[in-house]
Design a binder for this molecule. Structure first.
Ligand SMILES: C[S@@+](CC[C@H](N)C(=O)[O-])C[C@H]1O[C@@H](n2cnc3c(N)ncnc32)[C@H](O)[C@@H]1O
Length: 243
């Protein structure tokens, strides 16, 4: 099985944005989400995007006035982000999000870890540790936004085959295998060259439930401002209380 970094390098990074289709639409959706939830700079203006990928959250946050540190393990996705972000104040940082304090610009006003990055962490202890570190690194009144897929409910039989996206030259399918705490994600990518070629790679995701993450956030000291589970996607806005 590949590590997360290998999986993105060998298969996913080159097709990540393609999987979602409309890049500008995805940026616009997040822009609206941040705007509606009044996530705009009022303090230091520093935002840290953990697992930034190609910038679906970093770009709208910078458009809204934040200075963004965009942390990711994938050089290819950070290069794409760099190409797409123009003169917006976004600094791509290649590294493990568990070490985000090493880039040392705390305290930050906002931390986001969105679009299913959290389940990429190796174990539940890492998630708990990350939440504790984020809490310590936030300004009083600062906020944390999380979104991830709730994999706690198990799919069975052929429902475990997920058609991700296809076009005339590319077919992306995913097959899920469940263990008690993890799901093995098998990505199958067919691309049409002279003939159809198959590239396949697997990695593991954590099965994080909304109840568990809420408990961990509260233990770390956060106040819950919003929690939502829609179409299997958990979205949470939590805050560090004002001093
Ligand atoms: C599912 S993507 C989410 C990207 C983006 N936030 C979005 O909404 O599409 C997960 C991202 O997290 C990155 N990632 C996973 N584990 C990481 C880690 N330990 N440190 C830094 N980045 C990580 C991956 O390289 C990938 O870009």
């Amino acid at each position: 099985m590949a590590t997360v970094a290998e999986h993105y390098e060998n298969l996913l990074a080159d097709y990540y944005s393609w999987m979602f289709g409309d890049f500008a639409g995805k940026v616009e959706t997040h822009h609206r989400f941040f705007f509606v939830n009044q996530i705009q700079p009022t303090k230091s203006g520093l935002a840290v995007d953990l697992g930034a990928g190609p910038g679906f959250q970093s770009i709208p946050l910078a458009q809204l006035g934040f200075r963004v540190l965009a942390v990711d393990l994938s050089r290819r996705l950070l290069e794409e982000l760099h190409c797409r972000c123009g003169s917006l104040p976004i600094t791509p940082i290649h590294g493990d999000l568990m070490n985000f304090t090493a880039w040392g610009e705390a305290p930050m006003e906002l931390c986001v870890c969105m679009g299913d990055t959290l389940p990429h962490l190796p174990d539940f202890e890492s998630v708990t540790l990350l939440l504790e570190q984020v809490y310590l690194s936030l300004e009083a009144g600062g906020r944390l936004v999380l979104s991830f897929r709730d994999l706690s409910l198990e799919l069975h039989g052929t429902d475990r085959f997920i058609p991700v996206r296809s076009d005339a030259d590319t077919v992306f399918t995913c097959f899920l295998e469940y263990e008690s705490n993890y799901v093995t994600v098998n990505d199958l990518l067919y691309t049409r060259k002279e003939a159809w070629e198959l590239n396949k790679s697997s990695y593991r995701k954590l099965r994080i439930s909304m109840e568990w993450i809420v408990e961990q956030l509260e233990k770390a000291g956060f106040t819950l401002h919003q929690r939502e589970l829609t179409n299997g996607l958990v979205t949470i806005i939590a805050g560090k209380p004002e001093a």
